[in-house]
Design a protein around this ligand. Structure first.
Ligand code: GLU
Length: 474
């Protein structure tokens, strides 16, 4: 490839399923590679398989990419709208004698292949005369189109795996257009990559075995061959191919589970690539700056859902409360809470953001700032509500809250510590049941800060309610 040629890459999903982590990684690597070289990143929907392709998958793939911030240049190319183009190229190859019509039926081929797994198509139809072909066509006998492979060795350089060599004798004259007129994937990919001006094909390693076939097609069509990079597979921590068992695999699931797109992008970028140092938190701009195909590992990437959660937690903690608020509003609304009407929403989010790993956890671990706890932690009940002095402690807490004026963090702490001292107990003896009563949990942000944000009246109500609970559960 000439040095001055603009880099153009593409992501070419088949809309036969949702966008999963593996696909998102392919898209991301293409995207950052394009950005790094001021090139274009194109999107092509490979929907020639009309039975398995579904418009809702296309829509979901596009939405997921948008959510991740992986923006494509130009119009989306749909293969299903390009059957005429593929047909023209197939005809061109037929005319030039680089492909031929094959009238062998599946059954005939099965018969000839029987008991010989190494059997390759025997070129029975290669030398049919014009007249024979004409006659069969007139009779409407279905046929496929096969590529006529020349005797040749092919080499290509893969940016990740190095030099790859293949020989045509290990391949058969494979079908490029099926008997129903639908071109096969290998054929459409080559034509589209050529017509879209793709300079680098970056895709999953599962396509490595397709590349030699595609190179035969490039050569037959006289197209310039792009460069290739095949990205290694993603495995679960048990070294088995990534699947649902290993945690969420669909991009949409991450969104639903309360991931920030920038955290997921960071996580995905590190699946098989690293910046060359031990940095683990990288913004998209940093990823673009550091990215190179050569830095992609040859060995499979290992997927660790816990790491995704950890990273997400870090990104949430780094984000300003004002930016987080609009992202969690809906989660609270679904649970009957109007976050916006709370005067101290910002302080609450600020307090919680270093403790949550997902956006959903803001509600899960922070709903008690907005409404009474729905229940008390089971272990907490045993430890702090069912002890000999539990009632006495709760009663003291009521006194403490009433006495604290103004109801500030410092004052509340001072009054509580003083009361504990007077009672001859440690402050913790009061703090634990206090936390359980006002939050329902045994852990929370700093208890005094939490109590103040919940408010004096609410704290009082909740401690009284806990006392009621104790009375009823004696
Ligand atoms: N449509 C293929 C897939 O979804 C990708 C083809 C390619 O990248 O060449 O696996």
């Amino acid at each position: 490839m000439g040095k001055d040629k603009k880099i153009r890459v593409r992501f070419a999903p088949s809309p036969t399923g949702y966008l999963h982590i593996g696909g998102a990684r392919t898209a991301l690597f293409n995207y950052v590679f394009a950005k790094k070289h001021n090139g274009d990143f194109l999107l092509r929907i490979e929907d020639t398989d009309t039975e398995r392709s579904k418009p809702e998958f296309t829509e979901q793939i596009i939405k997921s990419l948008e959510w991740l911030g992986i923006k494509h240049n130009g119009e989306i190319v749909f293969q299903s709208k390009r059957f005429d183009v593929y047909k023209n190229y197939a005809e061109k190859l037929l005319k030039e004698g680089k492909a031929y019509r094959c009238f062998c039926t599946k059954e005939e081929i099965e018969e000839r292949k029987k008991n010989n797994p190494a059997w390759k198509y025997d070129r029975k139809c290669l030398n049919l005369s014009e007249a024979e072909i004409k006659e069969k066509l007139e009779k409407g006998i279905p046929h496929t189109i096969r590529l006529k492979l020349p005797e040749t060795e092919i080499k290509f350089f893969d940016h990740i795996r190095g030099e790859m060599r293949f020989h045509s004798k290990d391949f058969e004259d494979f079908i490029i257009v099926r008997s129903n007129g639908i071109p096969i994937y290998q054929f459409t990919v080559v034509i589209d990559d050529y017509e879209m001006g793709i300079t680098h094909v970056i895709r999953g390693e599962d396509h490595l075995s397709n590349t030699p076939k595609q190179i035969f097609i490039y050569k037959a069509l006289g197209f310039e061959i792009p460069e290739f990079a095949h990205i290694p597979l993603i495995l679960g921590p048990d070294k088995k191919r990534l699947s649902k068992r290993h945690g969420a695999t669909g991009v949409e699931e991450y969104k639903k589970d309360g991931f920030l797109p920038e955290a997921l992008v960071n996580f995905i970028a590190l699946l098989g690539w690293s910046p060359g140092d031990d940095r683990e938190i990288l913004s998209i701009d940093e990823i673009i700056k550091e990215f190179s195909l050569e830095r992609i590992n040859k060995s499979p990437a290992v997927f660790d859902y816990k790491k995704a959660l950890w990273l997400n937690g870090k990104y949430i903690a780094m984000k300003a409360a004002e930016k987080l608020l609009p992202l969690i509003e809906e989660i609270f609304r679904e649970n009957g809470i109007e976050l916006n009407s709370h005067p101290q929403k910002k302080e609450i989010v600020e307090l919680l953001k270093t403790r949550v790993k997902t956006l959903n956890e803001f509600y899960q671990f922070g709903y008690y700032f907005f409404k009474e706890p729905e229940n008390y932690d089971e272990k907490g009940i045993k430890k702090y509500f069912k002890k000999e002095n539990s009632k006495e402690y709760l009663k003291s807490l009521i006194k403490i809250i009433e006495k604290t004026e103004p109801f500030t963090e410092e004052k509340l702490e001072e009054v509580l510590r003083k009361e504990a001292e007077d009672m001859g107990i440690s402050a913790a003896k009061l703090i634990h049941p206090f936390r359980l009563a006002i939050t329902g949990y045994t852990v929370s942000p700093g208890i005094f800060e939490t109590a103040v944000l919940i408010g004096k009246e609410n704290c009082l109500k909740r401690v009284k309610k806990a006392l009621d609970f104790l009375d009823k559960n004696e």
